[in-house]
Structures are given as structure tokens and as C-alpha cells.
Design a protein around this ligand. Sequence first.
Ligand SMILES: [Zn+2]
Length: 92
Amino acid sequence: MRHARGKDLSFRGDRYEEVPPDDWTTLSQLQQWYQLAARCGGCGRVSRVDRYALARAHGAALPLCAIGARLTCQNCRNKTGNMLLLGTMPRD
Ligand SMILES: [Zn+2]
């Protein structure tokens, strides 16, 4: 997996980076300690995405690069330009 090119950002204390548009890692291949979030292309809101709910809805073979286009912002209902973010669980 390549996630080194993403731009780091933090959200509620966790670190996230943008998923490159050519990342074909599937939900089932994604290691357990990764969690997903998304940033709205309209209003900029960042919210967590439940990867297991995504896998149930779209199948575990869904690649990361295809997820952003399937997301709808909970705030403004925007469906375009949404960016998937990949984060790791906070360590203590
Ligand atoms: Zn929005």
C-alpha cells in the first residue's frame, strides 16, 4: 500500500491523510487499525466513515479510490468532490 503522498491533517486528535485517486486497496485488504473519514467537497466538513457499514452496503471488494464518489455529505448533501481520508487509531 502507498499512502505516503497524502497530505496530513488531524481530526479529533487522530491523524488522517488523503487517499490517492489511484489507490485500489479494497476494504477487505485494509488493515484493521485503519479508519476512514471523508471531507466534503462543498462545505469542507470532515466526518468519520464506518468502513464496515460501507463494506456491507457496497461489498468488501470496493476499492478506496471508488469510495469518495459514493459518499454524501451529512451536512449539505453534496455528492461531488468528496475526498476519502485514511487514518490510524490514536495510540496511547
Ligand atoms: Zn458538505
